[in-house]
Design a binder for this molecule. Structure first.
Ligand SMILES: Nc1ncnc2c1ncn2[C@@H]1O[C@H](COP(=O)(O)OP(=O)(O)OP(=O)(O)O)[C@@H](O)[C@H]1O
Ligand SMILES: [Mg+2]
Length: 349
């Protein structure tokens, strides 16, 4: 089972729309999919046609009391044969308080433990997160091997996006995880210059971490949410259905890619440096994220070794030496860096 969390603390960027419609498309392509609705607003539950108010039990009871409460299976509802939902309800907002006295490590593990019991039954679990970084999102980060971060192309700042990714990386690390993080441009209106520029900037900065698929603004997505069905089951010919089908195909294909990753070791030498990190298009330009780091030798002989796991493709990177960004001095292959210093280029075949 692949567990994918849809995360962004910013509200209204398309998390729920992505969770529900990616789930709908993966299921229509033959996968069995569970949607775990971790947002007390219960928008994903509603968008799958379930009224949260009509339920006696939801994810809250499962997560609040693993000993005495119901197990995940007891609260899961079938939407159709291959698409199920673990519903939310407004009470989920009380989980943080309920678990306040628990061990800090145990309280972020609740969802991961609940999912362990159902992993044989599903090919995918997609987790819809609330727009904040509280206990619910920590549970999602703990449970997920992969993260999708929707980035709204209609209101966007690259600094904001960096901050979001950095925060997710720090929190995932905090709960002992090192997930694959990918960004998904959403709410794209190609008629506006702003959206076109934003998309180009996202692609440039995030490189291979950005999906090829772009989710366009499409009113049918809103209508499908209101009617409580994934868009593929309502109007397969709509742009929104095409876009989420394309995303589903990319997500399904990335499983194969993951196994093609190569181990690449790069070395940096500088007798005066104290702290050396590496940042590039492979880790969202977040220094040392997802990188195994080793040092050896002293003085002149001091060497920093960075082990990268990269799929075939083309990457850019820089070293961050005591906070200063520099190209790799041993790599003659560089590309101009816009405002900053040049970046080094690396091709993995
Ligand atoms: N591609 C799209 N085209 C048109 N409308 C969209 C699209 N994506 C999302 N929306 C609409 O924008 C609003 C916000 O989307 P959504 O609920 O998916 O965001 P969210 O990130 O889950 O928000 P929250 O942070 O509140 O949970 C919703 O009304 C949704 O129907
Ligand atoms: Mg939402």
């Amino acid at each position: 089972m692949r567990v994918i969390a849809i995360v962004n603390q910013k509200g209204g960027c398309g998390k729920t729309t992505t969770t529900v419609n990616l789930a709908g498309c993966l299921a229509d392509e033959g996968a069995s999919v569970l949607v775990a609705d971790l947002d007390p607003q219960a928008h994903a539950t509603l968008a799958l046609g379930v009224d949260p108010e009509s339920l006696d039990e939801n994810l809250y009871e499962v997560l609040a009391d693993p000993e005495e409460g119901p197990c995940l299976d007891d609260v899961v509802l079938p939407i159709h044969e291959r698409l199920h939902v673990a519903p939310s309800g407004v009470i989920l907002a009380a989980l943080e308080q309920r678990l306040a006295d628990d061990h800090p490590e145990a309280r972020t593990r609740r969802l991961a433990e609940a999912l362990a019991g159902v992993q044989r039954r599903y090919d995918y679990t997609l987790i819809d997160c609330p727009p904040n970084l509280g206990i619910l999102t920590l549970n999602a980060l703990r449970a997920a091997d992969e993260i999708i971060v929707p980035l709204e192309t209609s209101h966007f700042s690259i600094q904001g996006a960096h901050k979001v990714l950095e925060t997710i990386a720090v929190l995932a690390d905090h709960v002992g995880q090192d997930p694959t993080v990918r960004v998904l441009p959403t709410l794209y209106d190609g008629r506006t210059r702003f959206a076109r520029d934003t998309l180009a900037e996202i692609r440039e900065v995030f490189g291979d971490l950005c999906f090829d698929t772009v989710i366009r603004t499409n009113v049918t997505l809103r209508e499908a949410a209101r009617r409580g069905v994934p868009i593929v089951r309502m109007r397969r010919s709509a742009n929104g259905a095409h876009d989420y089908m394309a995303l589903a195909a990319e997500v399904a294909a990335s499983e194969a890619d993951l196994s093609e990753a190569r181990e690449i070791v790069v070395e940096f030498r500088d007798p005066h440096a104290v702290d050396v990190r590496i940042a590039g298009s492979f880790n969202g330009w977040i220094p040392d994220r997802g990188v195994e780091s080793m040092t050896s030798g002293d003085g002149e002989a001091r060497v920093w070794r960075k082990v990268l796991h990269l799929e075939p493709g083309e990457y850019q990177y820089r070293y961050v030496v005591d906070g200063e960004w520099r190209p790799d001095p041993t790599n003659p292959n560089t590309v101009p860096g816009g405002q900053g210093p040049p970046a080094s280029r690396l091709v993995v075949r």
